[in-house]
Design a protein around this ligand. Structure first.
Ligand code: HEC
Ligand code: HEC
Ligand code: HEC
Ligand code: HEC
Length: 154
């Protein structure tokens, strides 16, 4: 019987260790951990409070810029989001109110980034050899003389 004290001691150490582990785990692991496996979805919501979302998506401009939105929807740039050319909504609108100017890039480089003729691009994608396509000097605003950026078919 006197040897059972050793077993009792080691069992006690085990119980204390397991209890400490369970206690610390409940204290330090966030409640939403495990909702979606090892990915904690609740973190996205927390981050959205710490840092305001900066992008509004393709429909985030329609309420205030109906003309440009309608042009875009019906024209060749329906697949190009407003924010690709203008920058993230957060520069311009915060909590529904206009807070700053939206960048407007009128350079030919903006268009050239997607439409300059490059061997690697799919043949069907509209692309031009810049100095053959443009009769004038390549300077800021030159593409806009013939193309509306919101509905680019001339
Ligand atoms: C392909 C690039 C591109 C896309 C996509 C684009 N824009 Fe623009 N946007 C421009 C350029 C370039 C100008 C300058 C036009 C000028 O000066 O003639 C401009 C001008 C504007 C202006 C200033 C007024 C005007 O018409 O000149 C507003 C407002 C505007 N865009 C809103 C939008 C909204 C809203 C969307 C999405 C529905 C959008 N843009 C999508 C390139 C783009
Ligand atoms: C709450 C309304 C509102 C929303 C939403 C909004 N805008 Fe504007 N935007 C305005 C107003 C008002 C002006 C004119 C500001 C001025 O004349 O100074 C403007 C001006 C602009 C201009 C011209 C440059 C400037 O800042 O004056 C561009 C480009 C533009 N907006 C693009 C966008 C794009 C792209 C989005 C979506 C990501 C967007 N806007 C969303 C109200 C809005
Ligand atoms: C982010 C990439 C991007 C930028 C920047 C861009 N475009 Fe486009 N453009 C596209 C895509 C995507 C299409 C649709 C291609 C398709 O239908 O296969 C397109 C289509 C076009 C077309 C053919 C339209 C039609 O109806 O046949 C023209 C013209 C054009 N763009 C001119 C311009 C001009 C001018 C600018 C600069 C103001 C510009 N693009 C900036 C991506 C871009
Ligand atoms: C003098 C007027 C003019 C200027 C300036 C101009 N374009 Fe065009 N663009 C046209 C016309 C007209 C067409 C349609 C006929 C054609 O396909 O050649 C066209 C067609 C296009 C197409 C579609 C080509 C295709 O294969 O479907 C793209 C892309 C384009 N332009 C991009 C640009 C870019 C980028 C600039 C600025 C560097 C620019 N354009 C400047 C008149 C112009």
């Amino acid at each position: 019987m006197e040897h059972s004290r050793h077993v009792f001691r080691i069992a006690l150490v085990l119980v204390v260790a397991i209890s400490a582990f369970v206690l610390l785990r409940t204290l330090f692991v966030p409640r939403t951990y495990g909702d979606y496996g090892p990915y904690r979805g609740g973190n996205v919501v927390e981050q959205a409070h710490v840092r305001e979302p900066r992008h509004a998506g393709s429909d985030g401009c329609t309420s205030c810029h109906a003309k440009q939105a309608a042009d875009r929807k019906t024209g060749g740039h329906k697949a190009v989001s407003c924010e690709v050319c203008h920058g993230p909504s957060g520069i311009h609108v915060q909590a529904g109110a206009v807070k700053g100017k939206m960048p407007v890039d009128r350079s030919y480089q903006l268009c050239a980034r997607c439409h300059r003729k490059i061997e690697g691009r799919p043949e069907k994608f509209p692309q031009v050899v810049l100095d053959q396509h443009v009769p004038a000097a390549l300077e800021t605003g030159v593409c806009l003389q013939c193309h509306n950026p919101h509905s680019p078919k001339p």
